[in-house]
Design a binder for this molecule. Structure first.
Ligand code: HAM
Length: 434
């Protein structure tokens, strides 16, 4: 029975009390993306397993250990998206978007699924804000995309994330690097986990982000890819650094960043917080110039990033970033007696059509209990209708904070008079803004 009333491990409900925070994050992310020319893309929650196996890479932890994969009723292998890049690339190829004006810039805000060990900042269902840009190959685009993430953090009042960058080169320089890695790990193979022994042959770079502590300890002393970059990749990395400097964005070069997904080429980067525990990477991204072609599309350079929204919220809370106050109830219309209750209902309905958050009693409560409820929902104004008010055709509108009262005529002018007061005056905003 407990299963019925307990959400699966690693998942979280978003409750009404928190929805304003989430909406604020999403709205801010959308606004920043839009200002940078990115438009929203939505793709399915599940895809053919093959897309992630090929796209993310079949030697990655994500594919080997963390995917929610199942057979559907007709025996197809289906996987819940562990991230957004593969689905985005599949969609832009399928719909021929790369044949249109380039660069193509898209963003997404989906939930993602990874079967990982839950801990602070690590869930099995989590949410990402991601941006992807297709078509441009120069380092200025890398800086543009990094700048977008930085702008969002700034917008949200987060100042304490550090930007770490690295280059993991192209397939050409990777060959020499793989050789050096193989030699290094081969000499220590008896200390590697089972999964990494398999990676040693197929993709030794994946050993570098194995979560097994022993493998991690050995990986810490491994050769770094920056020492193996070809001339073009080294030039690209220098170009990126120059652009970041020109933008005034502080960064550190961390040659140990390899990222946990196979599609990256050249630039990789992370924004990291020191204050939210072991899962401090709030944003991860980079270039993936070979992925579109590998998945069957035209040879198109591309890059992007994704920010984990749960981690972003942790960071915001940790650094005391402000969230906008939620709009509470504008007006509570209480009532005594059936006729007044009907009038309260009609008035509330009419005000709602004007955009006023008006509430009335739908529980048949006493006036005292109604007013208690009005307080609870943060009503800024209240008005009580009873026999006297109906007979006289006027009621008192009360400002709950100051106690000031204004007489309102209960005729055709009531909706206009009420909405003028409780909406406009209450928010001190101009009519144009409304
Ligand atoms: P990723 O590093 O796997 O990259 O994930 C990006 C972000 O998602 C992480 O930095 C973290 O904030 C969040 N995240 C990942 N796993 C979890 C989890 N189990 N629980 C909570 N948050 C998590 C990608 O997904 C790439 N697709 C990013 C990208 C886009 N690269 C290029 N374009």
């Amino acid at each position: 029975m407990a299963l019925l009333t307990k959400a699966p491990r690693g998942t979280q409900d978003m409750l009404p009390a928190d929805s304003g925070r989430w909406q604020y994050l999403e709205e801010t992310a959308r606004a920043v993306a839009k200002a940078c020319g990115f438009r929203e893309i939505r793709f399915p929650t599940f895809e053919h397993t093959e897309l992630f196996a090929r796209g993310v890479g079949d030697t990655t932890d994500v594919v080997q250990k963390e995917m929610y994969t199942f057979e559907d009723k007709s025996g197809r292998s289906i996987t819940l998206r562990p991230e957004g890049t593969a689905g985005t690339v599949r969609a832009v190829i399928e719909h021929g978007l790369l044949g249109e004006a380039l660069p193509l810039k898209v963003y997404y805000l989906p939930s993602c699924f990874r079967y990982e060990k839950p801990q602070a900042g690590r869930l099995r269902e989590f949410h990402q804000f991601g941006c992807e840009m297709f078509g441009s190959k120069g380092p200025a685009s890398d800086a543009e995309v990094i700048g977008l993430a930085a702008q969002l953090f700034e917008e949200l009042g987060i100042g304490n994330l550090s930007l770490e960058i690295n280059s993991i080169g192209c397939p050409e320089c990777r060959a020499a690097y793989h050789k050096a890695l193989r030699e290094y790990f081969e000499a220590r193979r008896d200390q590697l986990c089972e999964t990494c022994l398999g990676r040693l042959e197929k993709n030794p770079m994946r050993i570098l982000d194995c979560k097994n502590p022993e493998c991690a300890q050995i990986a810490a002393g491994a050769p770094v890819v920056l020492d193996y970059l070809c001339q073009e990749c080294a030039g690209h990395f220098e170009g990126l650094k120059a652009c970041l400097a020109a933008m005034g964005l502080a960064y550190t070069v961390n040659p140990r960043i390899v990222r946990g997904l196979d599609y990256y080429t050249r630039t990789v980067f992370e924004f990291v917080s020191q204050n939210i525990g072991a899962q401090g990477t709030v944003c991860g991204g980079g270039r993936y110039d070979g992925l579109v072609k590998m998945l069957g599309g035209p040879d198109t350079p591309a890059l992007g990033f994704a920010i984990g929204l749960e981690r972003l919220l942790l960071v915001m809370d940790q650094c005391g970033a402000a969230f906008p106050e939620e709009r509470g109830c504008d007006l509570y219309i209480g009532s005594m007696g059936e006729a007044a209750a009907l009038q309260a209902f009609q008035l509330a309905e009419a005000l709602r059509r004007e955009g006023v958050y008006a509430e009335f009693d739908s529980m048949g409560r006493s006036v005292k209990a109604q007013m208690k409820y009005a307080d609870k929902i943060g009503a800024r104004y209240s008005m009580i209708l009873g026999e006297n008010e109906l007979a006289e055709g006027t009621a008192q509108l009360k400002n709950m904070k100051t106690g000031a009262q204004t007489a309102i005529r209960l005729d055709d002018s009531a909706v206009g008079a009420l909405s003028d007061t409780v909406f406009f005056e209450g928010y001190e905003i101009t009519e144009e803004e409304h």
